[in-house]
Design a protein around this ligand. Structure first.
Ligand code: NAD
Ligand code: TDX
Length: 345
């Protein structure tokens, strides 16, 4: 461990908050600064348990604004960039501009600040496997594969990856890019498939399964992702890209994931509601080769059935966390997108 100050962006979101909790637990001598503007997806409650720690500080500010980023950058040893617009369904509507703005320009602002104020820091760009696009089975793209993003979300993330790597080459910065598959676990905003279906199932509400449910995602527990990111910060090679994924065998379709959620919640299969046309350009399959990070010594620990059961238990025991979200501004997006109310409320 060679860092004394770590700047994390987007730490009030799903994966960022897991990463901050992990850092806080693992590194007792490190100062953690979390820059998060709190979009609809950001929630300081995700980090309530360390809110009063003298080693942790949340600063409400925008990664797109140098005046927010610069004061936090000085002295940073690691910069870990999670902040993003992250929901594909929101990027396929008129909301797409926010994705370009935050994911591309926000990444630029952060890198430019690091170039000026912390040129010796190690930077990790949190990317996604979606940049490789729709992958025919049984292919597993490695880090050299061509990028072929399908949605404005994944295109903006591909742009961010390229910017990060361009700063490594042009300005000789210590930059790495990770590209992870779909995460699941506690504190995930209930717009993504797993938390949406779990919370709807717990309330006996319909589960809107898109396009037949035959699509494949390589589900990874968020804690396993965070372990991979720590390993990269400690042992990764500068300038390199690393895929991260569970390599589920057998691969699971969305329908199979839905059945696991139904089994774990005890909800009725009749809740499944087949929907079409809600995800234009819907990718059939995501999958990546993870040989490179596995060679560094990482492998996922969580097994999927148990992971889903534990996740269901967490949402069942934390209704206060998600009921507040589902009765707030989230309702507007839900009603516009699915054409029905988000809850019985
Ligand atoms: P999330 O939507 O839960 O959280 C995003 C966080 O970023 C929020 O706290 C939000 O307030 C903050 N944020 C957004 N715009 C900001 C801005 N302009 N300035 C400061 N903060 C801002 O996202 P997540 O699911 O935790 O994803 C985190 C990162 O991981 C993203 O970069 C995403 O692309 C990537 N990723 C996610 C997954 C997944 O399955 N969720 C998989 C691979 C990669
Ligand atoms: O209501 C739904 N019904 C449904 O069938 C929703 C929200 C999703 N789906 C399907 C679409 C996808 O095939 O489930 C699959 C997963 O969808 P999401 O949870 O929205 O995730 P995905 O689009 O795969 O993207 C996620 O993983 C990669 C994250 O949102 C990204 O931030 C990450 O980069």
């Amino acid at each position: 461990m060679s860092a004394e100050k770590i700047l994390v962006t987007g730490g009030c979101g799903f994966i960022g908050s897991c990463f901050v909790r992990t850092l806080h637990e693992r590194f007792p001598d490190v100062e953690i600064v979390n820059l998060d503007v709190l979009t609809y997806a950001g929630n300081p409650e995700n980090l309530e348990e360390i809110a009063n720690s003298p080693r942790y500080r949340w600063v409400r500010g925008d990664v797109r604004q140098a005046e927010s980023v610069d004061p936090l950058m000085a002295g940073a040893d690691w910069v870990v960039h999670f902040a993003a617009e992250s929901h594909v369904d929101r990027s396929t509507s008129e909301r797409a501009g926010a994705f370009v703005d935050t994911n591309v320009y926000g990444t630029f602002t952060l890198l430019d600040s690091m170039r000026r104020l912390a040129p010796g820091a190690r930077y990790l760009q949190i990317g996604t496997d979606e940049v490789y696009g729709d992958i025919p089975a049984p292919q597993l793209p490695d880090e050299e594969a061509m990028l072929s993003p399908s949605s404005p979300y994944s295109a903006s993330k591909a742009g961010a990856d390229h910017l990060a790597l361009s700063f490594a080459r042009t300005h000789d910065l210590d930059v790495m890019v990770s590209r992870c598959t779909n995460n699941y676990g506690p504190y995930q905003y209930p717009e993504k498939l797993i938390p949406l279906f779990i919370t709807n199932a717990l309330d006996s509400l319909p589960l809107p399964l898109y396009d037949g449910g035959g699509q494949i995602r390589d589900w990874l527990r968020v804690e396993d992702h965070c372990e991979a990111l720590l390993l990269l910060l400690e042992r990764g090679t500068r300038g390199e890209i690393y895929n991260v994924g569970a390599n589920q065998a057998p691969e699971r379709t969305n329908l199979e994931m839905t059945e696991m959620i139904l089994a774990a919640t005890g909800a009725s299969p009749s809740l499944v509601e087949h929907r079409h046309g809600l995800r234009p350009g819907h990718d059939q399959r995501y999958a990546v080769s993870t040989e490179k990070i596995r060679r560094l010594g990482w492998s996922p620990r969580a097994e999927i059935e148990r992971g889903v059961e534990e996740t269901v238990r967490w949402y069942a025991e934390h209704r206060d966390w998600w009921e507040k979200i589902k009765s707030g501004a989230y309702r507007e997006f839900y009603e516009a997108h699915y054409g029905r109310p988000a809850s019985g409320a």
